[in-house]
Design a protein around this ligand. Sequence first.
Ligand SMILES: Cc1cc2nc3c(=O)[nH]c(=O)nc-3n(C[C@H](O)[C@H](O)[C@H](O)COP(=O)(O)OP(=O)(O)OC[C@H]3O[C@@H](n4cnc5c(N)ncnc54)[C@H](O)[C@@H]3O)c2cc1C
Length: 389
Amino acid sequence: MKADYDVVIVGSGPGGATTAKFASEAGLRVLLLDKKQELGAPVQCSGAVSRHALLENEVIISGEFIQEPIYGFAIYHSNGEKIKMDYRLLKPYEYGPEENKVPLGYVVDRRRFDRYLMTQAERQGTEVLLKAEAVDMYVENGKAVLKVRHYNDEMEIRCSVVVAADGLQSQVGKWAGLQTHIKFTELASCLQFVTDGVEADGLLEIITGHEWAPGGYAWVFPKGHGYTEIGLGVICSMTQRNAQQHLDYFLKKSFMKERFKNAKILEVQGGGVPLSHPLRTQYADNLILVGDAARQVNPITGGGIHTALTAGRIAGQFLAGHLQTSNDHSAQSMSQYQDLWMEANGKKMWELYEIKSKIFRMENIEERDLALYKTMSEYFSPNSPFKKI
Ligand SMILES: Cc1cc2nc3c(=O)[nH]c(=O)nc-3n(C[C@H](O)[C@H](O)[C@H](O)COP(=O)(O)OP(=O)(O)OC[C@H]3O[C@@H](n4cnc5c(N)ncnc54)[C@H](O)[C@@H]3O)c2cc1C
């Protein structure tokens, strides 16, 4: 390890690894840390990501991480009514399994995907340190100093800029005094089962309705090899029951119960998703935040892979330009990252947050259910202005 880096990135999820790749590619000296010994594990994600998200962020699509191609969506109202948008039928010349056509997106294996992204960064020159947990950070003489526990050793690493890509439970922003608190009313508690014995046909199925998933939605995603993910996310302040009780109820009582009757649970996965607005301030002296750490999650769908990849690309490119021309790493100079991000993605995410908030302010459950169903259906339609977020 070197004594000094241009950039040290805390967290090697999609946001951190992408930042590392773009920064290294431009010639910066980059260190990527993760406290895990196996990236992406335990899995806390369904892994749905659009093809556009991967291409836009220069992720070469590889069988190493793809579990299942996706060709469209089925959006369900609470009562079982549905709108099916199968792009194999809507745009038959573009989308399909045939050689000259492409899928709309993929379900990826997060263990392999995260390792793949980290490897791409490493091949561009990023140094990687696993089982390395950042435990504190301070700024001294214009440099960031990160305290890191690597196995049982403690070390201090100096760099020009730290990138906090440390996910939902991010601590790095807090150490720099940023307001990273997330309201209980905007944190979705998610649980999913990977199952065998449930049919799925290349579509992401989204089931709206307060009865099934208060504050969120339920999903059925194909997982490859005949497996299926069945899950949901709920806002805990909107229900007396926990996510596990809701998922049990959904499996046994919903209009899909016949389809689920032979489901065998192979894995149980869960985690939190911030359905809040993006952080108002995503930078401090010698620090920028990307991905879940900056709450850059789509507040309507809860999707955070695309947004983390995009923020990582913007962060890596910004740092490459900035560090090669300036020695000023003050908060004011770091704010340019947020300006770039706002222009590319942030404004639309704020719009989505306003739409979501309006829906969940509705007191009448039937009206709210209908509004969410319509919004989700519009969101995934071919003409949606948002579908690429
Ligand atoms: C059940 C569930 C299903 C989901 N399904 C989808 C989906 O289908 N599609 C989608 O787009 N999004 C989905 N999401 C959201 C998505 O998983 C996240 O938004 C995405 O992983 C964010 O990427 P990230 O790089 O910001 O953070 P993360 O992927 O959370 O990576 C953060 C990394 O930081 C590391 N870390 C944390 N603290 C430290 C520290 N102090 N020192 C060193 N390392 C540290 C962690 O070990 C981790 O590897 C889902 C989330 C959940 C919970």
